[in-house]
Structures are given as C-alpha cells and as structure tokens.
Design a protein around this ligand. Structure first.
Ligand code: MSP
Length: 651
C-alpha cells in the first residue's frame, strides 16, 4: 500500500446511556462524508466510531432500568449500529470500550505512565458533573453548577490517582503554536491556547466510588477515569499493541471530529496522554458547532431529542444527510426543525436538483428517443457552463479538505442553479421546433447531462444513494458505486449513445401541511375529533356552489415564466413580476412578498389567470393573477415543474 495515501478519521465514541439522537448523527454523517470523499480520492480510509461504555453515568442508567450495565448497553449498542446502517454510515471499525482488546491497551498505558512517574496517588476532593463525567474545582463552577451543561454537580472526596498534566503544558503550547492546523477552527484554537495558558491542574484519573470501569492494573480498588479510558479508543481501534503494521499505517490520525463540547478533552488531555506514552499527536482536531432546536441545545438528559431513524423512514437517508451537512456552517451552530428540513428538501432537492434531472431526462427521451446525443454544435455559453462545473469541483474539494461542510454543498448547488439557468437561456424546447438546430439541441442536452454527472460525483459523499438513483434514469456511470472524485474535474465524460429511461421522481416535493397533519395524527393516534383540515374541507364544500364546465373554460389559465421580480417600494406585501407567456411579456403585481424572496422566483414557471381584467395596484398595472395555495400562515405559488413551455394552457 502506498504510504501517505492512508487516511484515518474518527468520531467521538458515544455514551450508550440512551439511544442516540440527531446531534450524534450530525457528527457521524459529517465524518462519513469525509471518509467517502477521501475514498473517492483514492485514499485507503479507516473510519472509526463506537461507544464509550464505562463510567458512573452508564452504571446509573442501567440500574435505573433494573439491568446489569452490560445487558443494558448491549441493547443500546445494537440500536446504534442499526442507526448507522440506516444512515448509510460507512465506518470501517466500531469500537466498544468494554471489549477485551481495549481493556488490555488501557491497562498497559496506565501502567506505563505510572511506572514513569507521571501518575501518582493522592486525595481528591472536588465537584463532579455526572452527565459530562467531568471534575471541577469550586472556582470553576458557574453559580454552583456545571460550567459546561449547567446541571447539578456532586461533591466527591476519595483517594485517587492523578496524571501530571502540568508537566506537559509548555510542550503542548509549542506544538499548537508550530502546527496551526492542529486545532481548528481558528476561534476554537485560541480558546484552547488561552485555557492552557490559564494553568493546567493535574487530572484525577481513577475512581473508587463505583466499579463499572477498567480496573487500575496495580490497585484493583480503583477503576480508570472514563475519559482516560475512552480517548485511548482511537489507538485500540486501529490495532495499537495488537496489530503493529495496521497501527503504523494509520497513526497518527488525520482528523478527530467532534462538537465543541468535548474539544478540551481532545485538544488538551489527549495530546498530553500521547506525549506521555511517546506517540505522535493527531494531525487535526476539529470541533464543529452544535445542532440546536428552537428551544436550545438538544441532549439526552434534557429529554428533547429527535430520533434520526424516524426521519430516515419518513424522508430517506440522503435527504437527512444533505440537511445535516448543509446545516454545519463552518465554526457555527446549526438549527433543526422538521419544517426547516422539509423546506430544504423541497427547495434544494426537489425543485433545484430533482427538477434538473427530470427536465433533462424528459428532454432526452422526447427529442432523442432516450439516446444520449453526441455534443456536435458548441456555443460560447457552453464554455461558461463548463467553467461553472470546474469551479464547483475545485471549490467542493477545497471546502471538504477544510471541513467546511456547508460551504461544500453550497458549491455543489451553485452548479445545479447554473445548469437550470442554462436550460432557460438555451430554450431547448425552441431548438426542438427547428430541424436545423438539432445539432445544437444535442449539445445543450449533452452539456446538461455532463453537469448532472459532475454534480452527482461531487454530492456522492453527502448523498451515497444519489449516484445509483441518477444512474437508474440517466445511465451516466459504468459503476456508480465506485466513482472517482477527480472525474468531476473533467469535462465531456458522459457516454453518448447510452440509453436514458424515465424513472421515479428523485426527491418528491413534500407537502408541509400534510406532513404536519400526519405528525399530529400519529401523535394523537385515535383521537375521535374531526381533524381540523377535514373540517375546513367540509366547510368549503358547503360554501361553494357548482359551476359548469363552460363556466370553468371561460378562464384562460396559462403557464408563465417569471423573468424579472422585485419588491414594490413602500408596499411590504407586493412583488412586481415580469412574466413571459410565449412571445408575450406581462407585468403582474402579486401579494406574496412576505412568502417569497424575488430571487427565488426568477426562472420559475407559474400558472396565471391570463384573461383577468387588468387593474392598477399601487400605481402599477397588473395584467393577470398568479395561482397560489394558502392557509392561515402560508402562501405557496403553484409551479410547473416540467419543461412544458411558458404560454401553454392549463386546463
Ligand atoms: N463519550 C464521550 C466522548 C468520548 S470520545 C473519546 C461523549 N459522548 S456523547 O455521547 O455525549 O457525545 C458527544 C458528541 O456527540 C459531541 O461532541 C458531538 O460530536 C455529538 N453531539 C451530541 N449532541 C450534539 C448536538 N446537539 N449537536 C452537535 N453534536 C452533538 O461526549
């Protein structure tokens, strides 16, 4: 195996005190995205995740459930493994700290550090935060509570072993200083430097008040402190002291990924432990932000958790992964609500990406009987598209290398938007009307397929099912499971002549209202009351009288394409739209400014009442009306998703 082409990435090992939630999925999905990206680049990747199974918190959770700790965690751990499968996590290894291979390594290293005089016995008195499994001094508490999670702490007094952290502080500071990439993002790096400069206390690394842990090898009254035990998983997981050649392939780790809550353990205690045992330090420790709910941080102990497994059942793994990765803005916290998730699926995946694929597939089927045309006749605009694709490849690579997850997906979606705009600019349906433009039409569709191919390669680390699903329709890849990252940096790889088939909609639009109703229904289950939505429908039926077909056909409903859109000055509810109906252009004033940004409407095809008497609204003549669905809170303009051209009738 070529040296230097190995890549080792880890997530924290999670506490199996309860089932995991979307916060844990956030880190695991992000790490998976990097693991897949590196594999696509040709690296031999080891992706390690697992569970942190010792400590008082686990022991208490088990006894609260009247179970032995082992039986309790075995159940949760199998749920965790299943969850990762559901989310398409491609971890190479899974480590449990209760495994014999890990216990041996922890004992060996504890002994080594003790023998060299870096661990000594003393008396500990201090405050312990159980959910964080962390000791604090009186001075560190915030209003008498845990400074990290703000929960109650307990006073502990016991004989303990201590690890001489202070001895290594200067060496660690020097390392951080000489290796700017070691702790990232930059703001977190500064926090760690300041913390170390504030002075490091020796760390209490054993406990006697409970038994659920790895016994200290030379004094079985003590168990090893759970963090000292847990951090060592990063060594055990790749064969430390058991498989030397494997360990040599992968250590030092390329990235330890985690959220900011546990950065200090990884950026201070862990490097000092490694210095003490004489091992090189990991190359990068990266702390992302938290994913928050509207009411604050999500946590198992607060009881406000979101189960990612349920979301995958409802929306599919790719969509959930897309949401989580896009929500991980560099150095910042993200937000989760089901409404935000649905909106993002609808706008990015259904409208932008899904539409690009379905419009292109439909046109290849319609105009070329489903056979991918060869690109025969180029136009200058093609070069622009090609440059946009190259830029998406370069930007996505740079962003992923930097672990800027949201930035990476934004780069991909810029290409999707550019390709959709290219459809509007080149108007393939117009080219199709003229036999002499056939060569050009072929090139336009070929270029669109090329953009879809590149986007699919770029998005594969985030959405592993995308290549297979795109391929089922467009037949762009000989082996969609084995895409090479750098193939996204090339142009014109789409195989002309391959067959395109009509397939299922990649990302069906989700009706937010229906989703909320079905959530309510499943929450209320067998509540006998008539659901609100049904009541509304009944009411409508009674109010409206029947019309004849002739009445209906007096309406001239048309597909119209929005070509310009701006807010009306001094009218917070009104937008002024310029729409095209075939050759004709009209101005329409619509009361939707509180529901849509002008930019998101440009290029969209809507349905208008074309024979409505023109009327002046705030000084502007409005020559038609948009159709929209609405309830008490929202307005959703009806859109035409296919390539049916503007000007066509709606009947
Ligand atoms: N067992 C320790 C880690 C030991 S690693 C040697 C632990 N476990 S944990 O179950 O509490 O997981 C914490 C980690 O889970 C965070 O650092 C983060 O990676 C992930 N997250 C849990 N909740 C989260 C959010 N709400 N938001 C983002 N990440 C979150 O600490």
């Amino acid at each position: 195996m070529e040296k230097g082409r190995n890549f080792y990435i880890t997530t924290p090992i999670y506490y199996p005190s309860d089932n995991l939630h979307i916060g844990h999925a956030y880190t695991t999905v992000a790490a998976d995205c990097i693991a897949r990206f590196k594999r696509m680049q040709g690296y031999q990747v080891y992706y390690l995740t697992g569970t942190d199974e010792h400590g008082q918190k686990i022991a208490r959770a088990a006894s609260d459930n009247n179970m032995t700790p082992q039986a309790y965690i075995d159940g949760i751990v199998s749920n965790i493994r299943r969850l990762w499968e559901t989310l398409l996590i491609s971890n190479t290894g899974f480590i449990r700290t209760t495994e014999a291979r890990h216990q041996q390594v922890v004992k060996k290293l504890f002994q080594q550090v003790y023998d060299q005089g870096d661990i000594y016995i003393s008396e500990y008195e201090g405050w312990y935060c159980l959910p964080c499994e962390t000791f604090f001094t009186e001075r560190q508490l915030k209003d008498g509570k845990c400074p990290d999670c703000e929960r109650e702490v307990e006073l502990l007094k016991e004989e303990s072993y201590f690890f001489k952290m202070s001895r290594y502080a200067d060496r660690l500071l020097k390392h951080i200083d000489e290796n700017p990439e070691f702790i990232q993002p930059e703001s977190r790096r500064h926090e760690v430097i300041n913390f170390i400069k504030g002075g490091l206390d020796d760390l209490c690394v054993s406990r006697t008040s409970f038994k659920w842990g790895i016994p200290v090898p030379f004094n079985e009254k003590h168990v090893v402190y759970v963090w000292f035990d847990a951090l060592i998983n990063y060594l055990t997981g790749i064969g430390y002291a058991q498989d030397d050649s494997m360990f040599a392939e992968y250590w030092p780790a390329d990235v330890h990924l985690m959220a900011k809550d546990i950065l200090r353990f990884h950026a201070i205690i862990w490097p000092i432990m490694l210095m003490a045992v004489g091992l090189p330090l990991p190359k990068k420790i990266f702390a992302h932000g938290w994913i928050m709910l509207e009411g604050g941080k999500m946590s198992k102990s607060k009881g406000n958790v979101i189960d990612p497994g349920i979301l995958v059942d409802k929306y599919g793994a790719d969509a959930i992964r897309y949401y989580l990765i896009k929500e991980m803005s560099y150095g910042q916290d993200g937000m989760y609500s089901e409404e935000m998730l649905v909106n993002r699926i609808n706008s990015d995946l259904a409208n932008d990406l899904g539409n690009l694929v379905s419009r292109t597939a439909a046109m290849v089927i319609r105009y070329f009987s489903g056979q991918i045309p060869a690109p025969e006749e180029y136009a200058p605009i093609d070069e622009e598209l090609k440059q946009a694709a190259l830029q998406a490849y370069q930007e996505s690579t740079a962003k992923l290398e930097k672990l800027d997850f949201a930035g990476y997906l934004i780069s991909c979606m810029k290409l999707v938007a550019r390709a959709n705009k290219y459809i509007d600019e080149t108007e393939p349906w117009r080219l199709a009307k003229d036999e002499s433009s056939r060569g050009r039409l072929g090139a336009v569709l070929y270029n669109l397929l090329e953009c879809i191919r590149i986007t699919t390669v770029l998005m594969a680390p985030a959405m592993p099912q995308l290549p297979l699903r795109v391929n089922a329709q467009l037949n762009l890849f000989p082996s969609p499971e084995e895409l090479e990252w750098d193939s996204a940096g090339e142009w014109a790889l789409v195989p002309a002549g391959n067959e395109v088939k009509k397939g299922e909609v990649l990302f069906p639009r989700i009706d937010l209202q229906q989703m909320e109703e079905s959530n309510m229904a499943s929450e209320q289950e067998v509540k006998k009351d008539v659901p609100a939505a049904t009541a509304v429908k009944e009411e409508l039926k009674e109010e409206k009288e029947y019309i004849t077909y002739d009445d209906f056909s007096r309406l001239d409903l048309r597909v119209a394409e929005i070509v310009e859109c701006e807010k009306m000055e001094k009218a917070d509810k009104l937008l002024i739209l310029k729409v095209k109906l075939g050759e004709e252009q009209r101005t329409i004033v619509a009361g939707i400014a509180q529901h849509y940004e002008p930019a998101e409407l440009i290029g969209k095809k809507v349905v208008i009442v074309a024979n409505l008497q023109p009327a002046k609204l705030r000084g502007t003549m409005s020559e038609g009306m948009l159709l929209a669905a609405s309830d008490d809170n929202r307005v959703e303009v009806l859109m035409v998703q296919s390539d049916i051209a503007a000007g066509n009738r709606v009947k």
